[in-house]
Design a protein around this ligand. Structure first.
Ligand SMILES: C[S@@+](CC[C@H](N)C(=O)[O-])C[C@H]1O[C@@H](n2cnc3c(N)ncnc32)[C@H](O)[C@@H]1O
Length: 283
């Protein structure tokens, strides 16, 4: 951080005219890879949804439990699309604790997220097992080719493909559904698709007002949000077999897999997480 409390460097290509999902989410999680414009957005969002920061942690904990589940069930290499600015409990760290030979390639299209991922991996990654790509997840063929060109992933083995809290930034019109369908086709058998997504479906009226307000706010950002229904989100898993308990509110997904402190706080009111999640296996 500089004297005026801004990050010390701004990578090339960063849009500082508008707030951005990666940097807002970083602020919600307590990181310092965000600028005044992102923090103003975050403060305003918290006025509408006072438990907004908690929800970011709830999503992060889902990611941790899903990766834990994957490694425990033999899937030890990961492709994390829309991976974000690294924070506590990054995929490679969760996986490494359970399998020191696990692998991970991170992908994001926000330069700040990519730059911070590079720094983290230089400091505590292993170049033969971890890599980061600056790419748009909709460029499926490019992402797939470059992810394997890193040499980190073994194309013969199942992959844990994560699209956690990213698809609501990629509308059907922008190619969200088509991209996910193509990834499903490319994944080797035995792979796991791990996804979470914002929805208004089933959110009680008092929370719906909060969510709609933030939804409106995101329209002014560089990353507007498309909230899919439960059915639309479930359809993204295609014919993959959903792992128990299926598509549920994040605080309802396999709490026993790993400690989930923030999730415990909203466990009495799962729809207040505004996010559905699920994991499904390719046959
Ligand atoms: C809310 S963050 C989620 C980060 C992480 N997956 C998690 O759940 O903790 C969403 C991330 O998706 C990234 N993103 C949005 N659209 C993307 C796209 N088309 N391609 C790649 N990344 C994208 C954003 O830059 C941001 O880092």
């Amino acid at each position: 951080m500089t004297e005026n409390d801004e990050p010390a460097f701004a990578p090339q290509g960063i849009d500082l005219e508008r707030p951005n999902a990666a940097r807002i989410y970083d602020w919600f999680l307590g990181g310092d890879a965000n600028w005044a414009i992102d923090r103003e957005f975050g403060e305003k969002a918290l006025k509408a949804v006072p438990h907004g920061k908690l929800n970011a942690h709830v999503n992060r904990e889902f990611l941790g439990r899903a990766v834990t589940y994957a490694v425990r069930h033999g899937v030890t290499q990961f492709l994390d699309l829309g991976s974000g600015v690294p924070t506590v409990g990054n995929v490679h760290q969760v996986a490494d604790r359970l399998d020191p030979d696990s692998r991970c390639v991170y992908v994001d299209n926000e330069p700040v997220a990519v730059a911070h991922s590079r720094i983290l991996l230089e400091e505590n990654g292993d170049a033969s097992r971890h890599a980061v790509l600056n790419a748009d997840m909709r460029d499926v063929e490019r992402v797939w080719t470059e992810a394997f060109e890193t040499g980190v992933l073994d194309p013969a083995k199942p992959i844990g493909l994560l699209m956690v809290a990213v698809l609501h930034f990629v509308s059907p019109e922008d190619g969200g559904e088509a991209a996910v369908e193509r990834y499903r086709a490319l994944l080797p058998p035995g792979s796991l698709l791990i996804m979470s997504h914002g929805t208004t479906d089933g959110v009680p009226p008092e929370h719906l007002v909060q969510l709609e307000s933030v939804h409106e706010q995101y329209k002014q950002s560089s990353t507007p949000v498309t909230l899919r229904s439960r059915a639309e989100f479930t359809a993204l898993f295609g014919d993959f077999a959903l792992v128990d308990p299926g598509v549920v509110w994040l605080p309802q997904w396999r709490l026993d897999e790993a400690e989930s402190e923030a999730t415990a706080e909203v466990a009495h009111n799962p729809p207040a997480s505004f996010m559905l999640g699920g994991v499904a296996r390719k046959g």
